[in-house]
Ligand binder design. Structure first.
Ligand code: NI
Length: 207
């Protein structure tokens, strides 16, 4: 396609870009970012993402995947004490729905906590008010939360706090936003760097 000198320059730039991206992910990126890239990138068995779950919403009501059948789902696994990635991802989800306007009624945004020890329904109820009015926050027993995370191939692990207080800890976790079809089938997932405009464009093509 390209020939001669300009082709060589383009190839060189491509290699430098590729190398820089690799350097970022494997050397410079914080562990949580690397972890968030791993589960899906390593398996590629994306067709198997998703499945049944049974959890409790922010009103203390038992819900399952069937509760939201018929809607597109935007599912994010995170936790309310997260200082950075979770709030920015949930804010991006909110903006995405705002861009979609009335079409957003066909989309159910869901936060599933990976920190059920601290994220009670009461805590989640307060937290979701910071984002889109339709956002639901789901928690459950550690076994239920682990099962849901496993179905979505989401990695999470408790990270030690730095002040010795056992209640003051962070969670390492995958930070993908999953887009599921109204029948529960996996459509795609967005990385933490996806913009609301990009996500809204993808969704608008389906709604
Ligand atoms: Ni987080």
């Amino acid at each position: 396609m390209f020939s001669g000198r300009s082709g060589a320059i383009i190839a060189t730039i491509a290699v430098i870009g590729w190398f820089a991206a690799g350097l970022y992910y494997f050397v410079l990126a914080p562990e949580s970012v690397r972890n968030s890239q791993m589960p899906i990138a390593q398996t590629e068995a994306t067709a198997a993402i998703g499945g049944p779950f049974s959890l409790v919403d922010q009103d203390g009501k038992r819900v399952t995947d069937q509760t939201y059948a018929g809607k597109f789902l935007l599912i994010y696994f995170g936790y309310t004490y997260c200082p950075d990635v979770c709030p920015s991802s949930l804010y991006a989800m909110t903006e995405t729905l705002d861009i979609l306007g009335e079409k957003a009624a066909r989309v159910q945004p869901i936060l599933i906590t990976v920190d059920p020890e601290r994220d009670t329904p009461e805590i989640l109820k307060q937290y979701v008010t910071n984002f889109h009015p339709s956002l639901v926050g789901l928690t459950g027993s550690p076994v239920e939360v682990t099962a849901a995370a496993k179905a979505y191939r989401v990695y999470f692990a408790k990270a030690a706090g730095d002040d010795g207080d056992p209640n003051n800890y962070l969670m390492d976790h995958s930070a993908f936003i999953f887009l599921m079809a109204p029948d529960g089938a996996y459509i795609t997932h967005f990385s933490p760097t996806a913009t609301p405009a990009e996500m809204a464009e993808r969704l608008a093509g389906l709604l």
